[in-house]
Write a protein that binds this ligand. Structure first.
Ligand SMILES: N[C@@H](CCC(=O)N[C@@H](CS)C(=O)NCC(=O)O)C(=O)O
Length: 314
C-alpha cells in the first residue's frame, strides 16, 4: 500500500493509479528476478520468505501455490495486517501479524532494505531471499510459476500452456483486475466498462465449467489457481465494496461448485479468510468508504457443501 519515492515512504497515499477517463491502472511490478536451478536464486529449502496479506488476492495466489505444491515447510511466510494504514502494509511486533524474519514493522522497510533509494509502489506479495538479502520478485504471476522449481504437481504443463495462457490473458483483465477496474473506477463510464468485463468473464467461465471440470480440461492448472482468489472474495467483498453486484458467485452453479472443489483441496481452506477480506476491502478509503465501517453481512454460503465434481486429481 502506498508509494515510496527515493527511499522515502509517502504517508499521504496518492490512491490507486488512474488513467484518462477515470480508469484504474495497476502499476507494473518493478522487481522481477527468477528462481531457477542454475541461476543466482536456486530453489533451496529454507532460503525464501514471502511477505503476504490474507486479503490481497495477488498474495493469495502465492499462498495457494505454496499450499498446492506443499511447500509450507520449504518457504516461510509473514502476513501483514489487513487494514490500510498511513505506513501502508504493517506488522505487529509479535503474534499472528509479526515478521519473524526481519522483525520489520512496515513492508516499505523490506523494499528500502534491498534498495535504499527505492521508488515505486509498496505491494504484497514479496518473495525475499535470505541468502542475498534481496527481493527476488514482487510479481505474483512470476512467483507462482517459479515456485514450480521446488517440485510438486506441474501447474503449467507443456501440453496445456496455450490454453492456460489464453485463460490467464482473459481472466487477468476481465476478472482478477476487472473487479479492481470496477471498484476503483472514478467515472461512471469506467465503472460500467469494468462491470461488464467482470460479468462477461464469469459467464464465459461458467460455460466452460459446464463442459469441463477445470478451465483447461480435466487437470487443475495455474489458470484455475489464478481464478480462485477472486472467486473466494467475490460475494463477501467485491459484490458490495466494488459494486460488482449483477450476480454473486453462488448464482453460477458450475463456478460455485468449482470454487468449492478448489476450496476442498489440501491446504487451500487455510489460505482463505472471509472475515479478513471484509476488514481489508472496507478499510477507510476517501473514495469508497470514508468511515471505514465494515458490514456484518452477508451470511456466508456453505463452502463445505459437497461440490459434486468428482475426485481431486492433483
Ligand atoms: N502486480 C502485483 C500487484 C500486487 C498488488 O497490487 N498488491 C496490492 C494489494 S492487493 C498492494 O499491495 N497494493 C498497494 C498499492 O498499490 O499501493 C502482483 O500481482 O504481484
Amino acid at each position: 500500500m502506498g508509494l515510496m519515492l527515493n527511499g522515502t515512504y509517502l504517508v499521504d497515499d496518492p490512491g490507486p493509479d488512474t488513467r484518462e477517463g477515470g480508469e484504474f491502472q495497476r502499476a507494473k511490478s518493478t522487481l522481477r528476478d527468477w528462481i531457477t536451478p542454475d541461476g543466482r536464486f536456486t530453489p533451496d529449502t529454507g532460503r525464501y520468505h514471502v511477505y503476504a496479506a490474507w486479503n490481497c488476492p495477488w498474495a493469495h495466489r502465492v499462498l495457494l501455490a505454496r499450499a498446492i505444491l506443499r511447500l509450507e515447510n520449504k518457504i516461510s511466510v509473514a502476513v501483514a495486517k489487513p487494514r490500510r494504514t498511513d505506513q501502508g502494509w504493517v506488522f505487529d511486533p509479535s503474534g499472528d501479524y509479526a515478521d519473524p524474519e526481519l522483525s520489520i514493522l512496515s513492508l516499505h522497510q523490506v523494499y528500502s532494505r534491498q534498495t535504499p533509494a527505492y521508488t515505486g509502489r509498496i505491494t504484497v506479495p514479496v518473495l525475499w531471499d535470505r541468502k542475498t538479502e534481496q527481493i527476488v520478485s514482487n510479481e505474483s504471476a512470476d512467483i507462482i510459476r517459479m515456485l514450480g522449481a521446488f517440485g510438486g504437481p506441474d501447474l503449467y504443463p507443456d501440453a496445456l500452456r496455450k490454453d492456460i495462457d489464453a485463460w490467464n490473458a482473459r481472466i487477468y483483465p476481465g476478472l482478477n483486475n476487472g473487479v479492481y477496474r470496477t471498484g476503483f473506477a472514478r467515472t461512471q463510464e469506467a465503472y460500467e466498462k469494468g462491470f461488464t468485463d467482470v460479468f462477461e468473464t464469469l459467464d464465459a467461465m461458467e460455460t466452460q465449467l459446464s463442459q469441463t471440470r477445470y478451465l483447461t480440461g480435466d487437470t487443475f492448472t495455474e489458470a484455475d489457481l489464478r481464478a480462485f482468489p477472486t472467486l473466494a472474495r467475490f460475494d463477501v467483498a467485491y459484490h458490495y465494496a466494488f459494486k460488482c453486484n449483477l450476480r454473486k458467485l453462488v448464482d453460477y452453479p458450475n463456478l460455485w461448485a468449482y470454487a468449492r472443489e478448489i476450496y476442498a483441496m489440501p491446504g487451500v481452506a487455510e489460505t482463505v479468510k472471509f472475515d479478513i477480506y471484509k476488514q481489508g476491502y472496507f478499510s477507510p478509503s476517501e473514495l469508497r468508504n470514508p468511515l471505514g465501517i465494515v458490514p456484518l453481512g452477508p451470511e456466508l454460503a456453505d463452502w463445505h457443501a459437497p461440490h459434486g465434481r468428482g475426485h481431486i486429481t492433483l
